[in-house]
Design a protein around this ligand. Structure first.
Ligand code: RFL
Ligand code: PHB
Length: 390
């Protein structure tokens, strides 16, 4: 097979880029390791920047998001048995975020690819990029016991943190930066009315908690847990009891509990690989960078990579201009690092760190007091949360 762009990974990054390129007549084939059902079974992000929502519309995938998603003009920070509202709309001069689950967004992208007759190959095993540094790179993969080959101009590595793309770059050609946090998030999805119409990020000495939602009948809650905990350590009753302890009393009293329909633990990590290009392979999304979920940046950083890559490919194929491809890594990384800084800061502000000294804890408390007493500090938080410009 031959195409212009070979894409590895059928998560949001790969699918969105595939859809945008196809709409512009740029041929591409996408290889996904798992089945569609498996990909759609993962419960992940819930908050989209307004710029990302625009990109979904540009990809002609915004209809259901615009009907079923919720526009949020603010969120709460809970602390010391009370909560303060961060008024995103006022603080950013009119911007907001879209609350719409990654699962639904991915489903919309799959459906759009299907409708356009896009080439999405599931259960592609042993995907391997070859001759990346030449002008004739190609991909091989295994399906039904046979090895297939796709020749292309460019390869996109959008295969997430554990994918093959980044790993196929020689160690002396890539530099990685990493911070692993000494805790994870235990997440529960439940068919219950959310405790608050807007998200609540809660700082508590027992640990961080987050009240989020997918709709007004589907709640998503998280609590900070030690890395040694497993899902089996947290039967539903124990989860709800611990969540309530970490919320202000009026919120805890209003919390409606119910059986969990999904429960999982995600470790928290900050990670960046530089550069995001090797030869004719470009990395996008979690393949190149990971953030702790506190600032809701992960999927949004992936979307900004897609934005830069899409425009770079357009310039290359439509105008013969390679500036976008040449500067992709630099441009993408500049924004990625701002997302890293913000996610690290919000994580540091709101979590309990087991090794913190009393001095560290006072500084953390002061950071929060300053934030909530300063319009300028809150405006900085809001500006980052709704998404910096692409
Ligand atoms: P994905 O979603 O990991 O998709 C990569 C795809 O590549 C496939 N793959 C391969 N395919 C072929 N060959 C191989 N060798 C392959 N290896 C892997 C995988 O099967 C998969 O389908 O990466 P992508 O597309 O870059 O998307 C990134 C986002 O998924 C991620 O950044 C977010 O989910 C992060 N995140 C959040 N981001 C936000 O912006 N806002 C949030 O509110 C938010 N909340 C979260 C999150 C992530 C979480 N977890 C579990 C990590 C909450 C959580 C709990
Ligand atoms: C979610 O709803 O899954 C979610 C929302 C906000 C975050 C992280 C996760 O910061």
């Amino acid at each position: 097979m031959k195409t212009q762009v070979g894409i590895i990974g059928g998560g949001p990054s790969g699918l969105l880029l595939s859809q945008l390129l196809d709409l512009q007549g740029i041929g591409n084939i996408l290889l996904e390791k798992h089945t569609r059902e498996y990909v759609l079974g993962r419960i992940r992000a819930g908050v989209l920047e307004h710029g990302f929502a625009d990109l979904m519309r540009e990809a002609q995938c915004g209809d259901r998001m615009d009907t079923e998603g919720e526009i949020h003009g603010g969120f709460y920070i809970a602390h010391d048995d009370t909560r303060d509202r961060i008024n995103l709309k006022r603080l950013t001069g009119g911007n907001s975020v879209m609350v719409y689950g990654q699962t639904e967004l991915t489903r919309d992208l799959y459906e759009a690819r299907e409708k356009m007759g896009g080439k999405v190959i599931h259960e592609a095993r042993h995907v391997m990029p070859h001759d990346i540094t030449t002008n004739a790179p190609y991909l091989t993969y295994n399906t039904g016991g046979k090895t297939k080959r796709i020749d292309c101009d460019y390869i996109i590595g959008a295969d997430g943190f554990h994918g093959i793309s980044r790993k196929s770059i020689p160690a002396n050609k890539i530099r990685t930066f990493e911070r692993v946090y000494p805790f994870g998030w235990l997440g529960v999805l439940s068919n219950t009315k959310p405790v608050s119409p807007e998200l609540i990020y809660a700082k508590h000495e027992r640990g961080f908690a987050l009240c989020s939602l997918r709709s007004q009948t589907l709640s998503r809650y998280y609590i900070q847990v030690p890395l040694t905990d497993t899902v089996d350590d947290w039967p539903d009753d124990a989860f709800w009891a611990e969540l309530k302890r970490r919320l202000p009393k009026d919120v805890a009293d209003a919390l409606i509990t119910g059986p969990s329909i999904e429960k999982s633990i995600a470790p928290l990590r900050s990670f960046v690989a530089e550069p995001m290009r090797y030869g004719n392979m470009f990395l996008a999304g979690d393949a190149a960078h990971i953030v702790p979920p506190t600032g809701a940046r992960g999927l949004n950083s992936a979307a900004s990579d897609v934005y830069y890559l899409y425009h770079a490919m357009l310039d290359h194929y439509k105008n013969g201009d390679d500036t976008g491809l040449e500067t992709y890594s630099q441009k993408a990384l500049a924004r990625v690092w701002k997302g890293q800084r913000f996610s690290w800061w919000m994580t540091t502000l709101l979590h309990s760190f087991p090794d913190n000294s009393p001095f560290d804890n006072r500084l953390q408390q002061t950071d929060l007091e300053y934030l909530l007493s300063s319009e300028k500090a809150m405006a900085s938080l809001a500006e980052n949360y709704v998404g910096l410009p692409f």
